[in-house]
Design a protein around this ligand. Structure first.
Ligand SMILES: Cc1ncc(COP(=O)(O)O)c(C=O)c1O
Length: 360
């Protein structure tokens, strides 16, 4: 008999937002914070070009893409690393910094991949309490000790939709031991219209102990192509390049991302669309005593505590009509809440009509 000995770790597998309902062919997927407007028509045109070279390896350094990022975001080309989704960059950061028994501090309701990749490399994950589903600097600082190597925050945070203000983020960096890496995940930064907010990238372009994560999966609508990037000191980037898989970002993803950055009109349209519908849906749901966070990213975190129905009842009812939300019980262990992604106009109207039907 063969006895293979697996490494031991205590991980709950990542459960993505569901995309199917049994027996229904067509569904409306509002469960994964994808782009409401799909992708830019310019990108669509580019990737349907039959002459794309796919039999050769892509540029392992994603040079053209990094140049385009550096130009768009006014940041240093040499301090950018691209990944197969920001997901892969999170994984590489954990591989680069964490030894077994090192500690990572995460706000209790943070994006699930931080805990998963930290645990895979043997680190101990320590959760800091949130206050009303908002990250608390005080609570993070309480959990930090000599073994802490990294603090991860997503700002705004998924799944809670709450965010730290510019002032609070600066305070966190200031009060945190300078030898701890602060990772700020800006996945939803482009959607933010709130005047007291500033993205991690805007605040910390030249800080050696802050690392920024960015993605093309949200506002740019390239979730399926898997492309994201990280921004940090030259020292960190050089070391990440030592462990990076050689051709991690495929050619189509690189080309599409460059084109996506150029289409500023599409991005602005997406931002406006999101802001309009997030506010409209928020107000609409309040009529049924379903309350949510201040509008921030491309999703709402719905609270059913005051509602006539439980989140589970609401979820199942919508599901039976082919509309899928994200249960926050899966992975996050948050009861009586749901996460709703803002969809296209048609999807949002269908959602609102279906909700009316459930209550009226
Ligand atoms: C906060 C946050 N970070 C990272 C990601 C992953 O993005 P990517 O598709 O670039 O791996 C997500 C996806 O939902 C997210 O919500």
């Amino acid at each position: 008999m063969i006895t293979l000995k697996f490494k031991k770790f205590n991980i709950e597998a990542y459960k993505p937002g569901k995309s199917r309902v049994k027996k229904l062919r067509k569904v409306i997927k509002l469960s994964a914070n994808e782009s409401a407007l799909g992708l830019s028509p310019k990108v669509k045109r580019l990737i349907s070009n039959k002459k794309l070279i796919l039999d050769k390896y892509p540029d392992g350094k994603s040079k053209d893409l990094r140049k385009a990022i550096s130009k768009t975001y006014n940041c240093n080309f040499e301090k950018i690393i691209c990944g197969a989704g920001s997901d892969e960059v999170i994984q590489m950061i954990c591989q680069l910094f964490l030894n077994p028994k090192d500690e990572v501090v995460l706000p209790e309701y943070s994006f699930l991949m931080y805990r998963i990749y930290s645990k895979v490399v043997g680190a101990k994950v320590v959760f800091s309490k949130e206050i009303n589903f908002k990250i608390s600097i005080k609570e993070i600082l309480k959990k930090v000790n000599k073994k802490t190597k990294i603090v991860f925050i997503a700002n705004p945070n998924n799944p809670t939709g709450t965010y730290l203000t510019k002032k609070e983020v600066l305070e966190l960096r200031k009060k945190l031991n300078k030898n701890i890496l602060l990772v700020i995940d800006d996945a939803y930064a482009e959607y933010m219209k709130n005047s007291d907010y500033s993205s991690g990238l805007n605040l910390f372009k030249n800080k050696d102990n802050v690392f920024i994560l960015r993605t093309f999966s949200k506002i740019f609508g390239l979730a399926s192509l898997r492309v994201g990037w990280g921004y940090g000191s030259k020292k960190i980037i050089d070391r990440l390049n030592l462990i990076k898989p050689p051709f991690n970002v495929n050619r189509i993803a690189q080309l599409a991302a460059v084109e996506a950055l150029k289409d500023k009109k599409f991005v602005n349209r997406s931002i406006k669309h999101n802001f309009f519908y997030a506010n409209k849906i928020k107000k609409f749901l309040e009529k049924y005593n379903i309350f949510s966070n201040t509008v921030s990213a491309n999703f709402l975190f719905l609270n059913f505590e005051k509602c006539r129905y439980s989140s589970n009842f609401f979820y199942q009812k919508l599901k039976s009509k082919g509309i899928i939300l994200r249960s926050t019980k899966d992975g996050y262990h948050i009861n009586n809440r749901l996460r709703l992604t803002i969809g296209s106009s048609k999807e949002n109207l269908k959602f609102m009509n279906t909700v009316k039907g459930i209550f009226d």
